[in-house]
Design a protein around this ligand. Structure first.
Ligand code: ADP
Length: 190
């Protein structure tokens, strides 16, 4: 089983690279952001709660997102593996993921840290907001999301280094080059 955590700041290219990895390795993809946006679109209670956090650039409470992740994971039958995109985003979530996988006799294979300079993140997200109309891709909310990333999510870099699972990926450059670097990191743990 290949359990890949794709990690990086908002706008680092996690979604784009995840699609490519899914196509190459035939594994399942969980994007917590996509799950939440689908709930918002469908007007569910969960969607209403999610929207109030997302519009503020804040993270959803750990307990809530961990439940969502667990039920999505249980929906995958006979899976070759999973790419976790947008989860974990806090140390508590990383610990929950470790426990959840251990209960299934599995573990994280590698954590890929897509490293992109801050000015580039800003440019990409503003462009994405203009093209997709994604409500949280406006300058004010992007700034808040980056602050949240640095304070709550970036500490996971050291956490995964301590677990011996960390792989640094240069996230600036040609899409193909980045994908090739990612594949190299994955193949070295297979
Ligand atoms: P990005 O990484 O580009 O900011 P995502 O689509 O992964 O975007 O997530 C969008 C928003 O959804 C986040 O800003 C946050 O509010 C919420 N969210 C997604 N994943 C999580 C998570 N693991 N824990 C808490 N909140 C989350």
């Amino acid at each position: 089983m290949l359990n890949i955590v794709i990690f990086g700041a908002p706008g680092s290219g996690k979604g784009t690279q995840s699609e490519r990895i899914v196509a190459k390795y035939g594994i399942n993809h969980i994007s917590t952001g996509d799950v939440l946006r689908a709930e918002i679109k469908n007007g569910t209670e969960l969607g209403k709660t999610a929207k109030s956090y997302i519009d503020q650039g804040q993270l959803l409470p750990d307990a809530l997102i961990i439940d969502i992740l667990a039920s999505t994971l249980d929906g995958f039958k006979e899976s070759k593996g999973v790419i976790f995109d947008g989860f974990p985003r806090t140390i508590a979530q990383a610990e929950a993921l470790k426990k959840m996988l251990a209960e299934r006799g599995q573990q994280v294979s590698v954590m890929l840290d897509l490293d992109v300079p801050e000015e580039e993140l800003m440019t990409r997200l503003i462009k994405r907001g203009q093209e997709s109309g994604r409500a949280d891709d406006n300058e004010e909310t992007i700034k808040k999301r980056l602050v949240v990333y640095h304070s709550q999510t970036a500490p996971l870099i050291d956490w995964y280094k301590a677990e011996g699972l960390y792989a640094h990926i240069q996230g600036l450059g040609e899409l193909e080059t980045i994908t090739a670097d990612i594949c190299k990191a994955i193949d070295s743990v297979q």
